[in-house]
Ligand binder design. Structure first.
Ligand code: LLP
Length: 400
């Protein structure tokens, strides 16, 4: 049992708390599900990029899926072997490409013909051969929130099948490109298996047609996206997920790569915030807390549901909006939720905050980002201190 009260007193609120034992269980479960084939689980660092989180996963044997050179550096510092690091993203800068090539990571995942030309030029300039994969857009509706849906042609991600084929042939004829992988990712917080299976089948057919012309694809990257329970969703079982992918890979000798972010860390995390006061406006009840949308953006940005709990309070509930102090109407954690009567100082726990929580935090309203605490083997470890006012203004200069 995590003693949230003690942690909130010691580290102040708002605060992020992560249960590392949960991360271990998630990793082990997924790894086991994929054990029937050669596989690599590459944690999507974007979900929670704290160095301790990454190094915990590194110890378990995880790789890393990165979307900036900063994330690649975090992965390397945290002890992820370079041969397990993938660099994806729709817009990489030249300096990022060059550094990734010099680091000799497993793969650069490419998303356009123009990007491939840049990678080829840079690889030639520095005398390397770039191992690449191409992100294919299979035009499948993943049936998730439109902001986190990525596998339709109307989204900016990846290339269509015909373009991909052309790119593979070009890459195969280049002295500086080594096309070894294929990649797709149709969206995030997926709760239905069928779209993933359909996309995997389309991409597996592409791999077969490439093998037929002697382009040997060795890494079959199915992206991330496995959903988690925030409320009462019925989610995909890791075993079924792996089996669905295996079922379309007959005859292909490939390493299956998967890039889960949310699945790995989402339900390990808790966001703690304290009640400042309550008020009623024309019959509408508001609970105002000291955490804001700058600390945890998901409810404001996606209207995302997070379970909230007022610690130690039971008793009669009535509808309330749980809101923060930021001067935006969109600054809320829960709307029209049945919550007990609160008093100033009560601790509120926002659940499932381990993924896309701290990483999406900002300093809007000159608010320091919260501390992050990990529970490791039953002990607490502060893995990031709360920012100070001085941290926030450190890079600024007054010009007069
Ligand atoms: N691989 C690729 C290429 C991705 O674009 C993503 C997520 C992942 C893997 C990891 O997806 P996951 O397993 O975490 O679903 N901020 C949003 C989520 C954005 C996801 C972006 N891409 C949220 O808070 O829901």
């Amino acid at each position: 049992m995590i003693d949230f009260k003690v942690l909130a007193e010691k580290y102040d609120t708002p605060l992020y708390v992560y249960d590392f034992a949960h991360i271990t269980r998630q990793y082990e479960e997924l790894k086991k599900a994929f054990s029937g084939r050669k596989s690599l689980i590459s944690y999507a660092v974007k979900a929670n990029s704290n160095l301790s989180v990454i190094s915990h996963l590194a110890e378990l044997g995880s790789g890393a899926d990165c979307v900036s050179i900063g994330e690649v550096r975090r992965a390397l510092i945290s002890g992820i072997p370079k041969y397990k690091i993938i660099f994806s993203g729709v817009g990489k800068r030249d300096d990022e490409i060059e550094e990734a090539l010099r680091e000799d990571i497993l793969l650069l995942n490419l998303e356009s013909e123009a990007e491939m030309e840049r990678v080829e030029e840079i690889a030639e300039k520095i005398g390397r051969q770039a191992r690449i994969s191409i992100r294919v857009n299979p035009n499948i509706d993943p049936k998730t929130h439109p902001y986190i849906s990525t596998g339709l042609h109307e989204n900016k991600f990846g290339v269509d099948l015909e373009t991909a084929k052309r790119m593979y042939i070009r890459a195969n004829n280049s002295a500086h490109l080594d096309p070894v992988g294929v990649h797709f990712h149709i969206g995030s917080q997926l709760t239905e298996l069928e779209p993933i299976k359909e996309a995997a089948a389309i991409v597996a057919d592409l791999v077969r047609s490439l093998k037929a012309i002697k382009i040997d694809i060795r890494f079959f990257d199915v992206g991330g996206g496995i959903g988690i329970v925030y409320d009462d969703e019925k989610t995909i079982e890791p075993y079924d997920y792996a089996q669905a992918i295996f079922s379309v890979l007959h005859g292909l000798d490939v390493t299956v790569v998967c890039e889960p972010g949310r699945f790995m860390v989402g339900n390990s995390g808790f966001f703690l915030t304290r009640v400042l006061y309550e008020k009623v406006n024309e019959g509408k009840r508001f609970i105002i807390v000291d955490g804001g949308m700058n600390d945890l953006l998901r409810p404001s940005l996606y209207n995302a549901y997070h379970r909230v709990e007022v610690l130690g309070k039971s008793g009669a509930c009535s509808e309330a909006d749980l809101v923060g102090p930021v001067c935006e109407s969109g600054d809320f954690f829960a709307k029209s939720r049945m919550l007990p009567a609160t008093e100033p100082g009560d601790l509120v726990i926002v659940h499932s905050a381990g993924a896309y929580g701290f990483v999406m935090a900002s300093n809007y309203n000159t608010r320091p980002r919260p501390a992050e605490v990990a529970i490791v083997d039953g002990k607490e470890r502060c893995i990031r201190a709360k920012e100070s006012f001085e941290d926030l203004i450190r890079l600024e200069k007054m010009c007069l």
